[in-house]
Design a protein around this ligand. Structure first.
Ligand SMILES: NC(=O)OP(=O)(O)O
Length: 316
């Protein structure tokens, strides 16, 4: 029986900057990701893909707001923007993979619309932390802040200012069983896109959407746990995780165990809102029985799976 691997693709590896927001650019970027996934399919794993949506969901939300402000069209709630981007990005990945697989007579990529349950009392609703959408200069931010006093912004890793929205912790992947069953049938499943559509459960047991964007690395780790995956792969902008990042004594990490990585977290090596959630998600996955986590860039994925690069976190 093959091992099960869950691979998270960052939304910003599909939209890299403000100049690459068009669908044409995104489709091109997805084709490059699909190449890496095809190489992984040749390895001995069943694969579930998840993806981010930070740039895309901000773009969708802003497009709806502008249509509302200028033309009076109905607003799209943020949760529905998450659902829209989940479908849109899932479609691009699914089509890119199936077009390549068709040459082998296979069509086995499928996207699952995925809801993720959150706690309606999560403190994340009161303290927006999740950056979405485009990058703004300080002057652009000030102008937007004047026009929208209820918006919140953060400075994002030296690249400019971004709007931030609520980001509660994922509690349960509603469609986890369906995703697992599809992998057992041999499908490459694209699920929990954009961190999943945030929902809360009413006293009657019904799901209702709530306006937030869940961190896709945390949802990916939860999904990996719920479907009993062996390996979790998180792709990001760097080939390897570093300690003392940006300092003369910067050191790239190859293979580290949970105790070492926990110490690096405690020493404050990883910034909140970028590498820290990825490390937290990795440690949680390993704590609940996962065997290995790989963190690397999308282009280094195949080499990382061969053990040639990437940061590998292991339980031993
Ligand atoms: N939802 C989410 O975490 O998306 P990004 O990874 O694109 O920020």
């Amino acid at each position: 029986m093959k091992e099960l691997m869950v691979v998270a693709i960052g939304g910003n590896s599909i939209i890299k900057d403000n100049a690459s927001q068009s669908i044409e650019h995104q489709a091109q970027a997805v084709k490059a990701v699909a190449e890496s996934v095809l190489e992984m399919l040749a390895s001995d794993y069943d694969i579930v893909l998840t993806h981010g949506n930070g740039p895309q969901v901000g773009l969708d939300l802003r497009r709806a707001e502008i249509a509302h402000e200028r033309e009076g069209l109905p607003l799209t709630p943020l949760a529905n923007c998450v659902a829209d981007t989940q479908g849109g990005i899932g479609y691009l990945i699914q089509q890119a993979l199936n077009n390549k697989l068709a040459a082998r007579g296979e069509q086995k990529a499928v996207t699952v619309v995925t809801q993720v349950e959150v706690d309606k009392n999560d403190p994340g609703f009161a303290q927006p932390t999740k950056p979405i959408g485009a990058f703004f200069s300080e002057a652009q931010r000030d102008e937007l802040q004047r026009a929208h006093p209820d918006w919140h912004f953060v400075e994002d890793a030296g690249r400019g200012y971004r709007r931030v929205v609520a980001s509660p912790q994922p509690v349960r992947i509603v469609e986890a069983d369906a995703i697992k069953a599809l992998t057992q049938k041999g499908f490459v499943v694209i699920g929990a896109g954009g961190g999943g559509i945030p929902v809360v459960r009413s006293a009657e047991g019904d799901y209702q959407s709530v306006d937030a964007v869940i961190d896709k690395d945390l949802s990916t780790a939860l999904l990996a746990r719920e479907i009993n995956a062996n390996v979790l792969v998180i792709t990001t902008g760097v080939e390897k995780v570093c300690v003392n990042f940006g300092k003369p004594n910067q050191q790239a990490l190859d293979t580290v165990n949970v105790a070492q990585m926990t110490r690096y977290v405690e020493e404050g090596h990883f910034p909140a809102g970028s590498m820290l959630p990825k490390i937290a998600a990795s440690l949680e996955f390993l704590h609940y029985g996962g065997s290995r986590v790989i963190i690397t860039s999308p282009e280094c994925l195949p080499a990382a799976l061969r053990g040639e690069t990437g940061t590998h976190i292991v339980n031993a």
